[in-house]
Design a protein around this ligand. Structure first.
Ligand code: HEM
Length: 418
């Protein structure tokens, strides 16, 4: 289709699309990849950005410096009224363009290198072991919610310890994080929990200004705030970004991994037999389920051409990474979950692409690898509880509560037994 006149659908579809079942990507993505890979969609406020659904075009969008991540620019695609409001907040590097973006991102990178994350392995392992031992001790006379007892505490404890949150505050903060990201909280409850976390981080920054320790917040205040290279308010926002950026996604990816293995017993059996396959499993998990697919948005600073379409300056673009991860040109038989699939040169897009690619990727992969090499070793009989047929078209659905169909794929509750 490149070069020829692109097909424009007669009606501009409303975005975000809805998933037809718990974990299936919206059906519109496959249709758009085939017929109109760069096409307008309509958002809640009536604006009409372009949705980009092919892997190659998504990579082009996410590496094009003529496109901006600055949310206060007119035309930046916001997906909800809450997003529009958040766009007015003090920006952190996730919402910045070069050179400011890398300037701020580099401040935190030492805490996310291979070397640093490897040094955290014993501690992550201990957190995983402790949570699983607690679950085993309490037993499963009644099915146990794996999200509450395991998927949420593991990444939460890990990022809090990197930031330097004192251990005794973990239960309170874990609870606030759960209210903030849990689909069943009201908007007022979620926003109050958000403020509680922000206030808490503000107080912690003050504390570390007085008595620094060896954590990320202490590094930010001693190396950047005190020498006058960063404002205190920015240090609070950066720490808050790190607290929340990957947390809900990590929780979802752990729960989605357990759900997916339950749905693919042959691959679960292989994994139990040969734990060295865990990195392959994690790679496929992060391709198959794109749990953070709505963050990769940009706005054109100047008029550009993309896949035969003219994108005028001031127009938004949404790079549909969830769609790119199911592009058959790159991943043959893309709707099949197959941890043994041969890997080509092209990268899956679960962690984004280009300069804004997830800074926490190494940490996320390491946590997932430790989780999935421990979970079935300690609890070999772990399975999703029987719940009867639900209305999402898959058996066991009453034991699982998926995220709302128009949001990122995720699991809010997963009842398991063993
Ligand atoms: C499986 C888990 C995770 C997934 C799927 C994920 C996914 C993503 C994606 C898709 C982006 C790119 C957004 C964009 O282009 O705008 C991103 C960026 C980011 N992620 Fe993650 N993430 C995960 C875990 C984490 C963790 C554990 C952290 C902890 C610190 C984290 C922190 C960030 C930050 C700070 C950014 C912004 C990077 C930048 O703009 O330079 N993520 N993540």
């Amino acid at each position: 289709m490149r070069g020829s006149s692109p097909a424009i659908p007669s009606e501009i579809p409303q975005f975000p699309f809805k998933r037809p079942t718990g974990t299936e990507p919206p059906a519109e993505y496959a249709k758009m990849r085939a017929k109109c890979p760069v096409a307008k969609v309509q958002l809640f406020d009536g604006s009409q950005p372009f949705l980009v659904t092919k892997h190659k075009d998504i990579c082009d969008v996410l590496t094009d410096n003529r496109l901006s991540k600055q949310r206060m620019r007119s035309g930046f695609p916001e997906l909800s009224p809450g997003g529009k409001l958040a766009a007015k907040n003090r920006p952190t590097f996730v919402d910045m363009d070069p050179p400011d973006h890398m300037h701020q991102r580099r401040m935190v990178e030492p805490f996310f290198t291979h070397e640093y994350v490897d040094s955290l392995r014993p501690q992550i392992q201990q957190t995983v072991d402790t949570q699983l031992d607690n679950m085993l001790k309490k037993g499963c006379a009644k099915p146990v919610d794996l999200v509450e007892k395991f998927a949420l505490p593991v990444p939460t404890h890990t990022i809090y310890s990197i930031l330097g949150v004192p251990f005794e505050d973990l239960p309170y903060l874990t609870e606030q994080a759960a209210i903030r990201s849990n689909g069943s909280s009201t908007a007022a409850e979620a926003s109050q929990a958000n403020q509680q976390l922000l206030d808490y981080i503000g107080a912690l920054v003050e504390k570390r200004l007085d008595i620094p320790e060896k954590d990320l917040i202490s590094m930010l205040v001693t190396e950047y705030v005190q020498p006058g290279k960063l404002e205190k308010a920015d240090a609070v926002q950066i720490a808050f970004l790190l607290l929340v950026a990957g947390n809900a996604t990590m929780v979802n990816m752990i729960a989605l991994g357990v759900w997916t293995l339950d749905q693919h017993p042959d691959q679960l059996a292989k994994l139990k037999q040969d734990p060295s396959l865990v990195p392959k499993f994690v790679e496929e998990l992060c391709r198959y389920h794109t749990a953070s697919a709505l963050a990769t948005r940009r706005v054109a600073k100047e008029t550009i051409q993309l896949h035969g379409q003219t994108i005028p300056a001031g127009t938004g673009l949404i790079a549909a990474t969830q769609s790119g991860n199911r592009d058959a040109d790159v991943f043959p038989n893309p709707d099949k979950f197959d941890m043994m699939r041969p890997r080509g040169r092209e990268s899956a897009l679960g962690f984004g692409y280009g300069e804004h690619r997830c800074v926490g990727e190494r940490l996320a992969r390491t946590e997932l690898e430790i989780v999935f090499s421990t979970l079935y070793r300690k609890i070999p009989g772990l399975r999703v509880a029987d719940g009867g047929m639900g209305d999402m078209g898959e058996g066991k659905d009453k034991a699982v509560r998926f995220s709302p169909a128009g949001k990122d794929v995720g699991i809010a509750e997963l009842r398991v037994v063993w």
